[in-house]
Design a protein around this ligand. Structure first.
Ligand code: AMP
Length: 249
């Protein structure tokens, strides 16, 4: 079995996001970039499936600028076998990424694609679902456990009310939730080995995919500054403030 994992290069989750002065987006120059945390979980899951003997090859795919190769190298250092970069300079929206991944799936014929449940920069939570729809494959989203059988998979999903377990036919797309696993750190020898692993570079044109954006960002704003709290002396004072100052009751 072959698995494709999608890895997106995003602003590191520890970085304090700054909005650009012209409000067209967030500052990414001189900002630490890393693999989307949910994609680290996706890579870890693919590698664990390989270690359990159920999967032969793990391919890490990233779409975006040339620097996304660093993100692919991280996946290779964790244990993926090879990488594919779909290189382009324009902003990629989830539908475009889903179409690019579909084209790669058609070239590579994997049985499973694992993507993050959402990218922490756009918070779209769309790519995995769109990809499954475009391919006509089963989807197991928000997975907190994946048990792989011969031609089916049992996926435990994190839903609002608790956990839901579904049985899916393979081929399938899985999207990872936080509790699926704890991603490993790449060891130094594996980081060195990853430098020798191959990364193919393709373009959207070679894959025959139109990546024209369908959505326009009108304006990006900082969240409103949180007001300082106050200590109240009594419940009566609290109720009075909620009623007359906050006007919420
Ligand atoms: P989103 O739908 O944008 O929240 O992204 C969900 C998941 O799709 C991410 O966690 C990635 O696994 C994958 N993905 C989105 N954009 C890209 C990209 N440019 N390159 C590779 N994978 C991506």
């Amino acid at each position: 079995m072959k698995v494709i994992v999608a890895v997106k290069r995003v602003v590191d989750y520890n970085v304090k996001i700054r909005v650009k002065p012209d409000h067209t987006g967030v500052e990414t120059t001189n900002v630490k970039m890393s693999m989307n945390p949910f994609d680290e979980i996706a890579v870890e899951e693919a590698i664990r499936l390989q270690e359990s003997g159920k999967v032969e090859e793990v391919i890490a795919v990233s779409c975006g600028i040339s620097q996304c190769q660093e993100t692919i190298r991280t996946a290779l250092a964790m244990g993926a076998d090879r990488g594919i970069l779909v290189e382009c300079d324009v902003e990629l929206q989830p539908l475009a990424v889903a179409k690019l991944l579909k084209a790669i799936v058609q070239n590579e014929n994997p049985e499973i694609v694992i993507v993050g449940k959402q990218a922490i920069d756009d918070d779209s939570n769309q790519t995995g679902q769109m990809l499954a729809a475009l391919l006509g494959w089963s989807q197991g989203t928000f997975a907190s456990q994946i048990v792989l059988g011969e031609d089916s998979a049992k996926v435990t999903r994190e839903v609002d009310g608790g956990l839901e377990t579904v049985n899916l036919n393979i081929p399938a797309v899985f999207t990872t939730d936080l509790r699926l696993n704890e991603p490993r750190y790449a060891s130094l020898p594996n980081i060195m080995k990853a430098k020798k692993k191959p990364i193919d570079i393709l373009t959207p044109e070679q894959l025959g995919v139109d990546i024209t954006p369908r959505l326009t960002t009108l304006r990006v704003n900082e969240p409103p500054v949180r007001q300082a709290g106050v200590m109240v002396e009594s419940v009566t004072e609290l109720v009075d403030k909620l009623k007359n100052e906050a006007k919420v009751i």
